[in-house]
Design a protein around this ligand. Structure first.
Ligand SMILES: Cc1cc2nc3c(=O)[nH]c(=O)nc-3n(C[C@H](O)[C@H](O)[C@H](O)COP(=O)(O)O)c2cc1C
Length: 198
């Protein structure tokens, strides 16, 4: 195991991509909801580097409200193709606007229209009368912006990076189940590492 957990995660992700791991670009975002209810959902994992773990979230969504209210969230990453699990804790910081633009530019038309639907019709995760009603709204937005390049990012889109202060690294050992675990804690200029009972 390396002494820099971020470098290790970047390398493991490259290997997971090489092995066509369906979750190489996915992580689970965990928040605290009403009445302290834990809530987890998959989200796309964007850049991973020294600035943190990049995510695109919508500010009108329940998860965003939960993060704002509790001031807390964490990420869990599972790449089974390389026997790796990471649990990441830290603080959310804004994503560099250039990177937000980079990721927006890679979104397909439907995904861009959906981001505008939240603003124009109903926020993410709110009930809607029917799927047909939802699709009518998307079609209406599509008439306004018939191609992806013309659709601007909506004001409610947020690019954020979870800047890690603690990373729990798990290397699976499938043959004997005696997995290797380290807890990394950020200190000025580097990381400390402790071995954990797996
Ligand atoms: C593979 C995958 C990737 C996803 N990526 C994102 C994402 O990048 N951002 C996002 O807000 N939701 C993403 N979602 C949808 C979320 O899992 C979730 O359903 C949605 O954001 C609503 O969450 P909320 O009600 O807790 O706010 C993704 C779902 C899947 C299955």
């Amino acid at each position: 195991m390396t002494e820099n957990p971020i470098a290790e995660i970047v390398a493991a992700r490259e290997e997971a991509r090489r092995r066509k791991d369906a979750h190489a670009d996915v992580c689970f975002l965990v928040t605290v909801g009403e009445h302290q209810r834990p809530e987890a959902r998959p989200v796309s994992l964007r850049d991973v580097d020294e600035r943190g773990f990049g995510l695109l979230l919508n500010a009108l969504s329940p998860k965003w409200r939960q993060i704002e209210k509790s001031g807390q969230c964490s990420l869990t990453i599972l790449w089974s193709s390389v026997e790796r699990q990471y649990r990441v804790y830290g603080e959310l910081r804004p994503m560099d606007p250039d990177r937000l633009r980079f990721w927006w530019d890679r979104k397909v038309l439907g995904s861009r229209l959906l981001e505008h639907y939240y603003d124009a019709y109903r926020p993410q995760s709110e009930p809607v009368a029917s799927r047909e009603v939802f699709l009518e709204g998307i079609a209406e937005l599509g008439r306004r912006w018939p191609n992806a390049a013309a659709v601007p990012p909506p004001e409610s889109l947020r690019g954020v990076c979870l800047w890690p202060t603690e990373i729990d690294v798990w290397h699976g050992s499938p043959s004997d189940r005696l997995h290797d675990r380290r807890l990394f804690r950020r200190i000025s200029g580097g990381w400390t590492a402790e071995t954990l009972v797996p």
